[in-house]
Design a binder for this molecule. Structure first.
Ligand code: KG4
Ligand code: ZN
Length: 352
């Protein structure tokens, strides 16, 4: 039995959780900064670090308290080491180091993407996940298609060449004047819209498993904004695009979501066949999207698993779950561990 305390501060959620054996969530506290960043239409890094500093002490205390344990029962402290915003990562990592020093517990620096992968192990604690598993991580910062051959063994099949899927949702949401974050608000608008009202570009037609969403974002921009009139007809830097009066926000949201989901489903379904996996695992903030879940299930013709909504977006339970498997394989970090703002997830992630 392991009891892992997880800490996550890579972006705009200050989170701590206690997880038993990498599968059972004893407590899961998330202090969201959404309200703080909403007025800027995106995450403001400097403000994020300050808010983490203010929240972290109480969040960790609450997680330990809610789990009904004391620090002496914690076997290891797992903290997100990267990828993420450097100032935000430093807050969690320094707090975890302080705790490790004070309690004498081992410190584990965990990859945030691996955390998203292990959110799947928290969904149905009694059910085994069979390898090889195909994992699609779709979040605000990442779009990664991975073949997971065993615990810790990842083959990267593809990923985004430009914007992450969640980033595309957020940018189009901002363009349409919807509140931040764009993803859930576009999904809500799309439910009332017509997905074939607008024709937006879909998957890149090639043999790769890579994605590209910047063309889709530009196509939406062209479709919904008033063409610039100043100078030679070109927009000036800093101009805010003006929305055309005759567009339907709901129809644009539905058509955009449909195009983006099509790209994700088409390539993931093709990879699932090519690598003969028996199920598809979705993780990350965008895996909360119902259209993605439903179409993946229908079009891949395979069981599709995804975390409950509160474990799709950033949380520390997933970091503790990944920490459990890493602690079994002997990972330990020294107290001079640095943060890694850029840190891809591969089989060599922890050895380099
Ligand atoms: O995993 P996450 O909390 O943070 C990162 O690690 O990036 O993902 C946040 C992203 C945001 O871009 C947000 O718009 C998107 O997930 N998101 C959604 C939905 N809920 C959150 N995108 C589409 N549909 C949703 N229901
Ligand atoms: Zn994330």
């Amino acid at each position: 039995m392991t009891t892992i305390l997880g800490i996550e501060t890579s972006c705009d959620e200050t989170a701590a959780a206690v997880v038993l054996d990498g599968r059972t969530v004893l407590s899961n506290i998330v202090a969201s900064q959404i309200d703080l960043h909403a007025r800027y239409g995106g995450v403001f890094p400097e403000l994020a670090s300050r808010a983490h500093i203010e929240a972290i002490g109480a969040v960790v205390e609450q997680a330990v308290h809610d789990a009904g344990i004391g620090y002496e029962q914690v076997d290891a402290i797992a903290v997100t080491r990267g990828p993420g915003l450097v100032g935000s990562l430093l807050v969690g990592v320094n707090y975890a180091k302080g705790l490790a020093l004070a309690t004498g517990k081992p410190l584990l620096g965990i990859n945030h993407l691996e955390g998203h992968v292990y959110s799947l192990w928290l969904t149905e604690p009694g059910r085994e996940i069979k390898f090889p598993a195909l994992v699609l991580i779709v979040s605000g910062g990442h779009t990664e298609l991975l073949l997971m051959e065993d615990h810790g063994l990842y083959r990267r099949l593809g990923g985004t060449l430009d914007d992450a899927a969640g980033e595309a949702f957020d940018k189009v949401g901002r363009l349409l004047g919807l509140p931040f974050p764009g993803g859930p608000n576009i999904e809500r608008a799309a439910m009332m819209g017509n997905a074939i009202a607008y024709k937006f570009p879909r998957a890149k037609r090639d043999d790769s498993y890579d994605f590209s969403f910047s063309g889709l974002k530009t196509a939406v921009l062209r479709e919904v904004t008033v063409p610039p009139t100043g100078g030679e007809g070109r927009a000036r830097r800093g101009d805010t695009p003006r929305l055309r009066a005759d567009i339907s926000i709901n129809d644009v949201a539905a058509s955009f979501q449909d195009a983006l989901v099509s790209a994700l489903v088409e390539k993931t379904a093709r990879a699932a066949k090519a690598y003969q996996v028996t199920e598809i695992l979705l993780a990350g903030g965008v895996s909360a999207n119902q259209a993605l879940r439903q179409r993946m299930r229908a079009e891949a013709g395979l069981p599709v698993r995804y975390p409950p909504l509160n474990l799709c977006t950033d949380n520390a339970a997933m970091i503790a779950a990944a920490g459990h498997y890493r602690s079994l394989s002997g990972l330990r970090h020294r107290l001079d561990m640095d943060v890694k703002p850029m840190w891809p997830l591969t089989s060599e992630t922890y050895t380099r």
